[in-house]
Design a protein around this ligand. Structure first.
Ligand code: NDP
Ligand code: DXP
Ligand code: MN
Length: 381
C-alpha cells in the first residue's frame, strides 16, 4: 500500500489522480491532500478519502472548511504543503499544483526521500538543475506525469540514453491551431479555453494555445532525461494519439500511443514499474480514427516555442524568467487585462530585460521569479 500526498487535489490532474486512487484501493491510500481555494471540490474528496491532513491556501479557506463541519487537521500555505510532502508516513508525492509555487515542496520531498510523480512542469522549468541535482544526490527517480514525458519514459524502457538520436514531442496545436496570426487579434478567453483534445486547467490550456506548453515541455524533457536541446524536436500532431516518440541511432522510432486520458500517465507514475488495469479509459481505436496527421512546427506562428528554446539554451535564471513571465501574463489574460497576443509580447520583454545569473540557488530563483512577476505587471498597470 503506497501512502500518497496529493498536492493540487482540486485541479484537473488532482481529481484524475483521486480517480486512480479510488480505482485501486488495495494499492494506494491518500494520506494528505492540498489545495488552494476550492472548498466545494475539496469537500467530497475529504469525505471520501478521509486524509490524515488537509492543506489549504490560507486561514480564510481553513475557516470555510471548518464552517462546513470539517474537524480534522488543517495546515495552511506553502509551509503546510512542505510538511505533508516531507511527512514520515508518506511514500509518494503527486505534485499537481499549478505553477512554480510547487518548487519548494518538490525539493523538500526529494530531500526527504519520497518518490515524486511530477505533473507540475513549472518546477523543472524554473529550477531544473536544483531539482535534478537533489534527485541524483538522494537517488530519487522523478516519475513524469506529463503525457509527453510519460510517453518518452515508457519508450525508454529497457533502452540506453546513449542510443537516443532525438526525442520527438507531439503538440496538438491548441485551441487556435487553425488560425493565422492575424486571426488571433481579439480572440477571447472563452475561445482560448476550448482545447480540441484535452480537458485541463485554465493555465495549461492557455499555454497550449500559445504553444508555451510545448516550450515548457522541451525544457522539462531536457532536465528529466538529461538530453541537449538540439536533440529535442517538436512536431504538430492534431489527434494527440501519439503522445511522443524517440528516434534511436539505428533510425528505429518507438512511440507511445493511447486515447488522450491523463489517468493513463498518472496511474503509470503511481504503479511504476508495474502496470495496473484501467477499465475506465477508452480503448484506442485506430480504425475509427482513420488517419494521424503531422506537421512541421512554425516558430513564427508560435513564437513562445522559440522563446522557450532560447531561454532553455541560455540557462541560468533565463528559464525562471520565462516561466514567471508566462505565469503572470497568462493570469492577466485570464482576468481580461491583456489580449491573447500580449502574452508573448510581455514574456519577450521580460526576457530581453533580464541579465542572466548562472547556477542560481533556491533563494535567487525565488527572488527572480517574484521580481519578474512584478516587472510584467508594471508593463501593464
Ligand atoms: N491538466 C492536465 O491535463 C495536465 C496538467 N499538467 C500540469 O499539472 C499541473 C496542474 O495542472 P492542472 O491540474 O491542469 O491545473 P488546475 O488549475 O486544474 O489545478 C491546479 C491545482 O493547484 C492548486 N493550487 C493553485 N495554486 C495554489 C497555491 N498557491 N497553493 C496551493 N494550491 C494551489 C489549485 O487549487 P484550487 O483550485 O483549489 O485553488 C488546484 O488544486 C500544472 O503544472 C500543469 O502544467 C501537465 C500535463 C497535463
Ligand atoms: C495532457 C498533456 O500532457 C498536456 O500538456 C497536453 O500535452 C496539452 O496539449 P498540447 O500542448 O499538445 O496542446
Ligand atoms: Mn503535456
Amino acid at each position: 500500500m503506497k501512502q500518497i500526498t496529493l498536492l493540487g487535489a482540486t485541479g484537473s490532474i488532482g481529481l484524475q489522480t483521486a480517480d486512480v486512487i479510488r480505482n485501486h484501493p488495495e494499492q494506494f491510500s491518500l494520506f494528505a491532500l492540498a489545495f488552494g481555494q476550492n472548498v466545494e471540490k475539496a469537500l467530497p474528496l475529504i469525505h471520501e478519502f478521509e486524509p490524515e491532513i488537509v492543506v489549504v491556501h490560507d486561514e480564510v479557506v481553513k475557516s470555510k472548511l471548518q464552517v462546513q463541519g470539517y474537524r480534522g487537521q488543517i495546515y495552511t500555505g506553502l509551509d503546510g504543503m512542505y510538511e505533508v510532502a516531507t511527512h514520515d508516513k508518506v511514500d509518494v508525492v503527486v505534485n499537481a499544483v499549478m505553477g512554480s509555487v510547487g518548487l519548494s515542496s518538490t525539493l523538500g520531498a526529494i530531500e526527504a526521500g519520497k518518490q515524486i510523480a511530477l505533473a507540475n512542469k513549472e518546477t523543472l522549468v524554473t529550477a531544473g538543475h536544483l531539482v535534478m541535482d537533489a534527485a541524483k544526490r538522494h537517488n530519487i527517480s522523478i516519475l513524469p506525469v506529463d503525457s509527453e514525458h510519460s510517453a518518452i519514459f515508457q519508450c525508454l524502457n529497457g533502452e540506453s540514453m546513449k542510443d537516443v538520436n532525438k526525442m520527438i514531442l507531439t503538440a496538438s496545436g491548441g485551441s487556435f491551431r487553425d488560425k493565422t496570426r492575424e486571426q488571433l487579434q481579439g480572440v477571447t478567453v472563452k475561445d482560448a479555453l476550448n482545447h480540441p483534445n484535452w480537458s485541463m486547467g485554465a493555465k495549461i490550456t492557455i499555454d497550449s494555445a500559445t504553444m508555451m506548453n510545448k516550450g515548457l515541455e522541451v525544457i522539462e524533457a531536457h532536465w528529466l532525461f538529461n538530453i541537449p536541446y538540439d536533440q529535442i524536436e517538436v512536431i504538430q500532431h492534431r489527434e494527440s494519439v501519439i503522445h511522443s516518440m524517440i528516434e534511436f541511432v539505428d533510425k528505429s522510432v518507438i512511440a507511445q500511443l493511447g486515447t488522450p486520458d491523463m489517468r493513463v500517465p498518472i496511474q503509470y507514475a503511481l504503479s511504476y514499474p508495474n502496470r495496473l488495469e484501467l477499465h475506465q479509459t477508452k480503448t484506442l481505436d485506430l480504425i475509427e480514427i482513420g488517419a494521424l496527421h503531422f506537421q512541421k512546427m512554425d516558430m513564427d506562428r508560435f513564437p513562445c516555442l522559440k522563446l522557450a528554446y532560447e531561454a532553455g539554451r541560455i540557462g541560468g535564471t533565463m528559464p525562471t524568467v520565462l516561466n514567471a513571465a508566462n505565469e503572470q501574463a497568462v493570469d492577466l489574460f485570464l482576468k481580461g487585462k491583456v489580449s491573447f497576443l500580449s502574452i508573448e509580447e510581455l514574456i519577450e520583454r521580460a526576457l530581453q530585460s533580464h541579465e542572466v545569473l548562472e547556477l542560481p540557488n533556491l533563494e535567487t530563483i525565488l527572488r527572480v521569479d517574484q521580481e519578474t512577476r512584478e516587472l510584467v505587471k508594471s508593463y501593464v498597470f
